[in-house]
Design a binder for this molecule. Sequence first.
Ligand code: HEC
Length: 174
Amino acid sequence: MMIRTSLALIPLMAVVACGPAAQTGETKTATEAASTELAPAASPAAPAPAAPRPSPEDAKILASLPTPYNEGDLANGRRQFAKCRSCHVIEKGGDNRVGPALHGIFGRTAGTAAGFAYSPALKGAGFVWDGGKLDRWLADPKGFLPGNRMTFIGLKQEKDRRDVIAYIKVESAK
Ligand code: HEC
């Protein structure tokens, strides 16, 4: 009876002994895997934070803008514009992507970028883009012009909108 019991316990003890060791091994491997995955992802993001001070050229264009855009933070504007970049190009001569090219958007009639297939809502809007219009569009893309096809949640912070508008104005002047 005694012998039987202890023999039966041996495999059980072996399982208990191996259990935590195996688990620790797995956890370590998972952590290592996670850090190796994170490492390459961090490198492309590194150039994103722009120089805190605008270049002399940018500073000059910024100063020439009407209020409140002349007080815009271009570094933040650039960061905010990163959200638009998946769909829009701001550089001069940039092409249409998911969204129309945005270089020189101010002073342009809504829905008129050559070669872009706009929604009927934007095509028929008929207004000219200025800072105030873009501010309202970005504050509430769906509400400002119902039926448009820009699937973007918008920028809730007034300062972020001011800064991104300043950034678009400065980039459009180049
Ligand atoms: C997910 C893609 C996407 C993102 C992100 C996005 N847009 Fe758009 N945007 C579009 C599309 C698509 C249209 C055209 C909508 C239509 O035809 O109704 C558009 C239209 C516009 C227009 C009107 C252009 C014209 O020619 O009348 C402006 C201005 C604009 N976007 C600015 C922005 C800004 C600024 C941001 C970032 C803060 C942004 N968009 C983010 C897809 C996007």
